[in-house]
Design a protein around this ligand. Structure first.
Ligand SMILES: [Zn+2]
Length: 745
């Protein structure tokens, strides 16, 4: 679901130390077991086949396969048959969820020269599946409310919080207006949410050519980028409140589940919202009056971008079928030999917005190859110590429906049994990327050192590491240069890992390759199909094969280990950085507000403004108090000490071949959850990782504290510091107890 970009080369700056090549046994393995494991892993990696990956994609992307469509069910049944043919025990687990589809869509610009938006992506002769009109979902934003609004237009750039602050200083209000925002920067669902909070009555979201069209590369079908009539579909449900079926939060929705009435659902938008192409957007943008926008707000169209309001009115009318649809999750299980109650889980969704070759089949197809390869290993005599689950989720695109309902349904078991969840969602050419729980950071590093980059032939770890030296990122502060493991970024939301890490506290990772193709060019359009993918993306399926090798090796190595190879010194180091960040954030905001108030008192804003333009100084704000960060500092220090002690004891224990401690280890990461959840969104229970309330996909670490500060809710900050520190202290206790068991005292 989440769109690929170079920005998520999260594996970046890293140690300059030479890359170890099989130096010493694998973490969590005895020396003898490590040697046999390495052999099984090598056998495994020889199996995934690029030709099969291509044929999997041809089959799965042959027809539109959104939730509730005939081919969505057909694909689920085909996946089931494939998994069974590999000798695996597989089944379909069915759930259901609210999934609105368009009944009618109208958008027009009123006035003397009336313009009616086309709202249609044309068939292209070279691209045969682009003509499957009768099965395609029209372009729309799922979970927009019904509505019929007529109002002037205002351009709000990306529709992010800072954009509204900018508009306020220019004296432009969106009250009673229809806003037109461009795609990008924030997750799309944030755009109508903020527009409604600022008083707008409708919202249009268009794809500007600067962001994913001709300004980035040649337009389709000559190149990979979005053509003038291309539209990005997508969900606008308020998923930062909770994802999954809007009518059954926290409950796995089997048919007959008790439903929240539609008019009481919190996560449906407050105003009607619709996505459009830039061909359709252009007349609306040209109708805008008002001031010329700031530089950063200009898109790639050859027009003068203005804020509005428009003199003529826009008319937006939307109606949807509010139906509940079946979800078909396909789940294959390989029972564990030694620890059957410890589950290692792999997932990728199988539903698409339309044909969905890039999103999700480029990830689902390698996942299926992994399952085939594991079936092969079983026939050769391999037996995993832990139980392995291969999941193909339905309904990810609308709202992470299939994975959320499944995990909510199995919540108690997952809290007891889940060791780790490995997610992918679409794949492309380029660099390895991973984001996830930092207790798995060392593990991820160890695996990707053993995977060969198909084009450069160096290890994918080395390639990401060396490239990262040239591209520092916020996830990789300069100290990583001297660190044994490359840092991974934290997880926000945007794919099926959300329920695992954010709701249940299961250590989760999202992984894939990308950055060397324009994966976003046809994102959620009818042109994200087999023709487009095989002409402009990972055309040889070389990186599809690398994904199967990488994710599959992670599954094997995690499932076979004698002791679960979690590692907490990296996590402690990262959490220490987060604590430093939130303290700095509070400091910065304190200083900024104080300085701004002084500037206001001295008349600086009035003096700096162009007297002939509207310019409204920001309001005077109360200076925030100083907060007591001591509990967080203490918890972070305690975690650092406990993680170091654990590490020392772990090494001796694991190499001795003892494994009785595993069950305790399963609970460690879970201690970071708090059943009361985050302020205003109890479904999100992880106190370290969450998607931002106003970013949607973008992560907020230590979210209860960070967001209270960012949102200037000064009164609750100290209490959130205490709650977050308590979660970390629970982990400290849990680590201490595991350390004791290791040491046998
Ligand atoms: Zn996806």
């Amino acid at each position: 679901m989440r769109r690929l970009s170079v920005a998520f080369l999260s594996l970046s700056l890293a140690a300059l130390a030479a890359e170890p090549t099989s130096a010493g046994p694998l973490r969590g393995y005895t020396a003898a077991h490590s040697a046999s494991e390495v052999q099984w892993e090598q056998k495994f990696r020889a199996i995934p086949d690029a030709g099969r990956l291509r044929e999997n994609m041809r089959r799965l992307a042959a027809r539109p396969h959104h939730v509730g469509s005939p081919y969505d069910k057909d694909n689920a049944e085909w996946l089931l048959a494939q998994l069974k043919s590999y000798g695996l025990d597989a089944k379909i687990e069915q759930f259901e969820a609210l999934f609105p589809t368009p009944k009618s869509r109208t958008l027009e610009l009123l006035g003397t020269t009336k313009f009616i938006a086309k709202l249609e992506e044309p068939t292209l002769a070279v691209d045969s599946t682009s003509g499957q009109k009768s099965e395609q979902l029209p372009s729309y934003n799922a979970y927009s409310r019904d509505g019929d609004v007529t109002a002037p237009l205002v351009y709000v750039n990306y529709g992010a919080p800072a954009d509204y602050e900018q508009l306020a200083t220019m004296g432009v209000s969106v009250k009673g207006a229809i806003v037109i925002a461009r795609y990008g920067q924030t997750w799309r669902g944030i755009k109508p949410k903020l527009a409604a909070q600022h008083g707008a009555i409708g919202c249009l979201i268009y794809s500007d050519p600067k962001d994913d069209g001709y300004a980035r590369g040649e337009a389709y079908p000559d190149g990979p980028m979005r053509p003038s009539d291309g539209v990005q579909r997508g969900s606008v449900m308020d998923m930062p409140v909770y994802p999954g079926d809007p009518q059954t939060p926290g409950i796995g929705a089997k048919p007959g589940a008790k439903l929240i009435p539609l008019d009481q659902v919190q996560t449906i938008t407050k105003i009607p919202v619709m996505p459009i192409s830039y061909a359709d957007a252009r007349p609306f943008l040209l109708a805008l009056g008002g001031q010329t926008v700031p530089d950063a707000w200009r898109g790639g169209l050859p027009i003068t971008y203005k804020t509005g309001p428009s003199k003529v009115m826009a008319h937006l009318k939307l109606a949807f079928n509010w139906d509940r649809k079946p979800l078909y999750n396909v789940v294959a299980t390989i029972p564990g030999e030694t620890f059957p109650d410890q589950w290692v889980i792999r997932g990728n969704h199988h539903d698409g917005w339309v044909n969905g070759a890039g999103d999700p089949v480029s990830g689902a197809s390698p996942e299926l190859e992994e399952a085939r390869a594991l079936g092969d290993l079983l026939k050769q005599g391999w037996k995993p110590q832990r139980t392995i689950l291969y999941c193909f989720w339905d309904g990810e695109e609308p709202a992470l429906l299939g994975s959320t309902e499944w995990a909510e349904f199995h919540a108690d078991e997952l809290k007891q049994h889940a060791v780790a969840y490995f997610n992918s969602d679409g794949n492309g050419r380029g660099f390895f990327r991973a984001e996830g729980a930092h207790s798995l950071e060392a593990f991820i590093n160890s695996v990707v050192k053993d995977i060969e980059d198909p084009e450069t032939k160096m290890s994918v770890w080395k390639r990401a590491h060396l490239a990262g030296l040239l591209r520092p990122s916020p996830d990789a502060p300069a100290d990583s240069r001297n660190r044994a493991d490359t840092r991974i970024g934290a997880l926000g939301s945007g794919s099926d890992y959300t329920v695992f890490i954010d709701h249940l506290g299961v250590p989760s990772v999202n992984l894939g390759f990308g950055g060397e193709d324009e994966g976003g060019g046809q994102y959620h359009s009818i042109y994200d199909d087999f023709y487009w993918y095989t002409h402009f993306q990972d055309t040889e399926f070389a990186y599809g094969k690398a994904l199967a090798q990488t994710a599959g090796t992670m599954m094997l190595r995690m499932a076979d280990a004698d002791v679960i190879p979690y590692q907490f010194t990296n996590q402690a180091d990262t959490i220490h950085n987060y604590v430093t960040e939130v303290k700095k954030l509070a400091d910065t905001m304190h200083t900024q507000i104080k300085d701004r108030n002084t500037n206001l008192a001295e008349g600086a804003y009035t003096a700096a403004a162009d007297p002939k333009k509207t310019s409204i100084p920001p309001p005077v704000e109360p200076v925030p108090p100083y907060f007591n960060f001591a509990p967080l500092d203490q918890a972070s220090d305690d975690l650092t000490a406990a993680a170091a002690a654990y590490e020392k004891a772990f090494t001796a224990y694991a190499s001795s071949g003892k494994s009785g401690v595993n069950v305790d280890l399963l609970q460690i990461e879970h201690t970071l959850t708090d059943s009361a959840g985050l302020p205003n969104r109890p479904w999100f229970q992880n106190m370290v990782y969450a998607p931002g309330f106003y970013t949607g996909y973008g992560v907020k670490t230590l979210p209860a504290v960070r967001e209270a500060i960012e949102q200037k809710e000064w009164a609750i900050v100290d209490a959130q510091i205490v709650r977050t520190a308590a979660a970390i202290e629970r982990e400290v206790e849990s680590l201490k107890s595991a350390t004791k068991t290791f040491s046998g005292t």
